[in-house]
Design a protein around this ligand. Structure first.
Ligand SMILES: [Zn+2]
Length: 111
């Protein structure tokens, strides 16, 4: 799996991010982003917003820093990650955390 999963686009809603199967009528979505506050009770998507999802670590008493970009520069401040099943959603997040864990370990080994 190549990170960031999403860059300059909000989603791939045709295929499961994990197993690549074509999505049918049942699917799962992890959705995150920002909305622009218009009034006290009203928010909207906005073309000036860019979304992101990073995992960061401050390591070795903050001498080292590591990050994994999962999504960046997503239009309208939004992004969605589609899977065909909750198992594939779980596997997706496992891959995210495995990748980040490996990056952190390599950073600590290389200090
Ligand atoms: Zn799948």
């Amino acid at each position: 799996m190549k990170f960031p999963i999403l860059k300059n686009k909000s989603a791939n809603h045709h295929n499961c991010i994990t197993c690549k199967k074509k999505l049918k009528s049942d699917f799962y979505v992890f959705n995150a982003g920002a909305l622009k506050q218009i009034t006290k009770d009203h928010q909207i998507m906005d073309k000036d917003l860019k979304g992101f999802c990073y995992i960061n670590a401050h390591l070795d008493n903050e001498l080292l820093y590591e990050t994994l970009s999962v999504a960046e520069s997503t239009p309208m401040g939004q992004f969605e990650i589609y899977t065909c099943s909750i198992q594939c959603m779980r596997k997706f997040f496992e891959k995210v955390f495995d990748e980040f864990s490996n990056k952190c370990l390599k950073k600590l080994e290389g200090k």
